[in-house]
Write a protein that binds this ligand. Structure first.
Ligand SMILES: Cc1cc2nc3c(=O)[nH]c(=O)nc-3n(C[C@H](O)[C@H](O)[C@H](O)COP(=O)(O)O)c2cc1C
Length: 501
């Protein structure tokens, strides 16, 4: 209980004439320190101005008033107070004092706040589910998810990032919303564990695949690298949620707090479930997109068939392959007969342009592993630092595959070069295989054609008339000597059955 004496007339306001032991314990002020002072000494930055105005209006009319306020102890600790202020009259009926009964309601208020936050997180999750269900493209989904966390979740800045597979282990910022977009764009962060840029919540989230939370940057020593910069943008804390796919963390969803605040375990569980839903949504969209691209690639393989000339076919197939698989260079080569094995390109595309075909010994080339393996993916920066092609393209990765004939012999090679690390490695290898099968079939058909033509020309050179008929007596082959002997050209004869001639 606090008894105050004074007048409500401003600017002086009421002065304290008595405080009890409970007041001393809760506020940290001794009775001697506060007597004669204004109760305003308990107020601070977050004390609600609208509540104070209500108190002031009531005091001016000598009316009782109840209020809930944030106050501060002597050493600056924040607490919630419920006050019941009543005017007290003297024996003549004149109001002379106020008595305030004050209760510490911090626990109740924090529980209420926690409930509000849990409700927000719940609502955010259900709204996120709607977004995921209706999303048609990834970029819109991640942008909408960031906006949702601001509008419903109450976070001041949000962003979604993806872990790049480059050397620096950088983080690609896919979507950013809120009032500190510049901050998120400009921070130097990584998910590498051995550099200071990777030690913050973002890097740790990606490395461990678990949520990392900093309720107050000022108190977080691991965050010292960024802390001043973050505070200058009004960012006081972070909830960094991993975006997990089966057994890897491919990205993260970052939510910034505009003031330090506790994050309850239940809230973290809900937010983590929300991040899992979002990750699932992103992966589903990517899978759908991959299926679409695989379908497009198959259509492209099929359309290559419509090209008539042999070399036109390979060129078209190669171009379609480079496009579908977003490669920086693509090649189809024939393996020449004999040892050591030499390959000769049938088509070579570098950076969207056809280059002249070339011949090379396989064992000394990027394709060397295909001598013994059906397919391979090679980090070329390690193995071929001096290759012209690689340096010219700045290539980092080689994806190659043998072309086999139906007897299982290597008749060619089909390979791609990439300057950026390949993200969808499974999609690339499986689609590459489709192109390889088609190229191998065409290469084998060409070889068979050549053989048949060679055999046919041998038969044509024979002096005897040679004709071949099917079981139904249809003429299938008619050589030059047959033409000379019988007078029908091969084209004419092959329209008839033998017994009709
Ligand atoms: C009996 C009594 C006790 C009060 N106790 C508190 C208190 O504990 N904390 C507080 O912030 N304000 C308290 N006040 C309110 C302030 O004294 C003051 O009336 C309020 O800040 C509104 O006036 P203002 O607009 O001039 O600041 C109390 C007022 C009275 C009359």
């Amino acid at each position: 209980m606090v008894q105050y004496f004074g007048t409500a007339l401003l600017p002086i306001g009421p002065r304290i004439v008595f405080v009890n032991d409970a007041f001393e314990r809760r506020t940290g002020y001794s009775r001697e320190e506060v007597i004669g002072k204004t109760p305003r000494i308990l107020q601070g930055e977050k004390t609600q101005r609208n509540e104070l105005d209500r108190i002031r209006n009531a005091l001016e009319k000598w009316e009782p008033v109840r209020a809930e306020l944030i106050n501060y102890t002597k050493n600056g600790e924040e607490f919630w107070l419920e006050l019941d202020i009543v005017p007290v009259a003297d024996e003549k009926g004149w109001y002379t004092h106020w008595i305030a009964v004050e209760r510490d309601i911090t626990k109740r208020k924090l529980a209420e706040l926690e409930l509000v936050r849990l409700n927000r997180a719940l609502l955010m999750r259900s709204e996120m589910a709607k977004l995921i269900n209706t999303a048609t493209d990834e970029l819109t989904l991640v942008n909408d998810a960031c906006q949702l966390a601001i509008d419903i979740g109450g976070y001041c800045t949000t962003w979604i990032g993806y872990a790049e597979l480059d050397k620096q282990k950088s983080i690609h910022r896919a979507a950013i919303k809120g009032n500190a977009i510049e901050y998120v764009k400009s921070i130097d962060i990584s998910w590498a564990k051995d550099v200071s840029q990777g030690l913050g919540p973002v890097g740790r989230t990606i490395r461990c695949g678990l949520p990392v939370i900093s309720e107050a940057f000022v108190l977080d020593s691991t965050f010292s690298y960024w802390v001043k910069y973050a505070l200058s943008y009004g960012l006081h804390g972070i909830v960094s949620l991993p975006l997990n796919d089966k057994n890897c963390t491919f990205g993260l969803f970052c939510l910034y707090l505009n003031e330090p605040r506790p994050i309850a375990p239940e809230e973290i569980t809900l937010l983590m479930a929300l991040a899992d839903d979002l990750a699932f949504g992103i992966i589903s969209l990517r899978t759908r997109e991959q299926q679409q691209r695989a379908q497009d690639a198959i259509i492209k393989v099929a359309t290559s068939i419509s090209v008539n000339t042999d070399m036109g076919f390979f060129e078209q197939l190669n171009r379609n392959m480079a496009e579908s698989l977003q490669a920086d260079a693509a090649f189809i080569a024939r393996v020449l007969p004999g040892e050591p094995k030499i390959a000769r390109t049938l088509t070579a595309i570098v950076g969207n342009k056809n280059i002249d075909n070339f011949e090379y010994p396989i064992a000394d080339s990027l394709c060397y592993r295909l001598i013994h393996e059906d397919e391979c993916i090679v980090d070329v920066t390690m193995n071929f630092p001096n290759s012209f092609l690689i340096n010219h393209l700045n290539a980092t990765t080689y994806v190659g595959r043998r072309l086999l004939n139906s007897a299982g012999e290597m008749i060619g090679l089909i390979f791609l070069l990439y300057s950026k690390p390949i993200k969808e490695i499974n999609f690339v290898t499986s689609t590459h295989k489709i192109f390889a099968v088609r190229a191998a079939a065409e290469l084998e058909r060409l070889a068979t054609d050549i053989r048949i033509r060679q055999q046919a020309s041998l038969l044509d050179k024979a002096q005897d008339a040679i004709l071949v008929r099917g079981l139904d007596q249809q003429i299938l082959f008619w050589n030059k000597s047959a033409e000379r002997l019988y007078g029908w050209t091969a084209a004419e004869a092959m329209q008839f059955k033998v017994n009709k001639l």
